[in-house]
Design a protein around this ligand. Sequence first.
Ligand SMILES: NC(=O)c1ccc[n+]([C@@H]2O[C@H](COP(=O)([O-])OP(=O)(O)OC[C@H]3O[C@@H](n4cnc5c(N)ncnc54)[C@H](O)[C@@H]3O)[C@@H](O)[C@H]2O)c1
Length: 254
Amino acid sequence: MLIDGQVALVTGGGSGLGAATARNLAARGARVAILDFAIDKSQAVAAEIGGIALQADVSDEAAVGAAFDAAAAHFGSAPRIVVSCAGIGLAARIVGRENKLSFDVFEKTLRVNLFGTYNVMSHAAARMGDLDPLYGGERGVIVNTASVAFEDGQLGQAAYAASKGAIASMCLPAAREFARTGIRVMAIAPGLFYTPMMEGLPPEVAEKIAANIPFPPRLGDPQEYAMLAEQIITNPFLNGTTIRLDGAVRLPPK
Ligand SMILES: NC(=O)c1ccc[n+]([C@@H]2O[C@H](COP(=O)([O-])OP(=O)(O)OC[C@H]3O[C@@H](n4cnc5c(N)ncnc54)[C@H](O)[C@@H]3O)[C@@H](O)[C@H]2O)c1
């Protein structure tokens, strides 16, 4: 799909991978709505790129629907491009010290990362299906964000890996379901990227992480995520799968 002139919605667009994606889509001519919990950050990015900021918790089904309606009302069309980057990275052992169980972490992580992505995808597809088809019958593209932890989750990442594994697993059935309306669904599984999620790490920890990345031996640049999202949107034959974007990293057990 040609990006120029399309309406795009990016969740988590106030920060990190989502902010880079929102900026890149705007640079390619898209009109961009940023859906984020953190309204101050998303307003700053929106002001920079001439887009709009919508405050919503992705795990709140009604709030996500209202944000899609607000984007459509503002731009005069429902988004044809939707990129889900909102997510959290909580860590906890399944059975912690003194047998403390971490159901709360599991539930919260699944609620935001998985249910949130599902909410956004379902609201996106419902509206895209009503749009006119473009060249080749295409109506829309949905890009979800997994993580390399969907395959090599580390100790303490049971909840995070489960949420990202489910995002990867639902990509194919979603693409199959939406095929008849010309909507593609893809997922990106990033390795280790330099975003606010990582900026808080002490330098020695960041160096240790980078040392595990074969090539290039550094953290990923959010712009590299944005480049892959752009390629997925513009390449009509990419559908129903998850792409690792990781410099060949394989996460060690811990
Ligand atoms: N940074 C990495 O190395 C890395 C690696 C693999 C996967 N990922 C995934 O990429 C995505 C983006 O990560 P990032 O590093 O850019 O993170 P980030 O923390 O910089 O940005 C995440 C954004 O999501 C928003 N958000 C969080 N919970 C939300 C909710 N419930 N509703 C609405 N917005 C919410 C935050 O306000 C923030 O603006 C996440 O899904 C993360 O799991 C990141």
